[in-house]
Design a protein around this ligand. Structure first.
Ligand code: SF4
Length: 211
């Protein structure tokens, strides 16, 4: 099979500094503090991530943005091969309720989710027509997901980063960021997201890893 060629819509130059700044300006409303571009090849896809979704996660088979409704690792690798560049979004927030399943946590999740999709749309409207978001955790737009019935907000439905079998810590290490997992609910934490550019993939990794 011949190697698939990535065909950029604009140029290989990707997102300009000015556009990155504009994205960040908007992203600040949603808690972002920085955006960094990087090559898609730095994203680590691992079978064990899928295993963790399948065994041990209460969300498995309960949400449109989690497995088995999302692509398997092989499909994910094929999807990523169609992209060249992503943007790492960095934010920080304090959410003592992160490990709890309550309204406070859900408000924070929905805020991140909507911010991610908003940036994806900004990129799309500027010609980055392949821009696509992967968001952190599972979709919390509804208190209880309609799965397996029809999604109530299909235009905002996106797969989660984990559901794409992306090894978040491995990817961050590839990007030269040292992280540890927060172990206490009272800890402040940093979170990371990836936003695509050029022939883009938009990936959000808003996770609870403490620097
Ligand atoms: S928008 Fe609602 S129904 Fe659709 S995936 Fe999210 S939680 Fe589920």
């Amino acid at each position: 099979m011949s190697e698939q060629k990535v065909v950029p819509f604009k140029t290989n130059a990707g997102v300009s500094h000015a556009l990155t700044e504009r994205l960040l300006q908007k992203g600040r409303d949603y808690g972002l503090t920085a955006i960094f571009p990087f090559g898609i090849e730095k994203i680590v896809v691992a079978e064990w991530v899928h295993l963790k979704c399948r065994y041990g996660c209460s969300r498995y088979n309960t949400n449109w943005c989690c497995p088995p409704a999302t692509p398997n690792p092989d499909k994910v690798r094929a999807i990523l091969s169609e992209y060249a560049t992503a943007l790492l979004l960095v934010g920080s927030k304090s959410c003592a309720d992160f490990y709890l399943d309550n309204g406070h946590k859900r408000i924070a999740q929905v805020r991140c989710w909507k911010g991610t999709i908003l940036l994806e749309r900004m990129l799309f409207l500027r010609g980055y027509y392949k821009a696509f978001s992967l968001v952190g955790e599972c979709c919390a737009l509804c208190k209880t997901c309609a799965y397996p019935e029809d999604c109530r907000f299909p235009q905002e439905k996106r797969p989660s980063v984990e559901s794409f079998s992306i090894d978040v810590i491995g990817t961050l290490k590839n990007l030269g960021t040292t992280t540890t997992v927060s172990t206490q609910t009272c800890e402040a934490f940093s979170y990371y997201g990836l936003e695509s550019r050029g022939e883009l993939l938009t990936v959000i990794l808003d996770k609870i890893y403490q620097e």
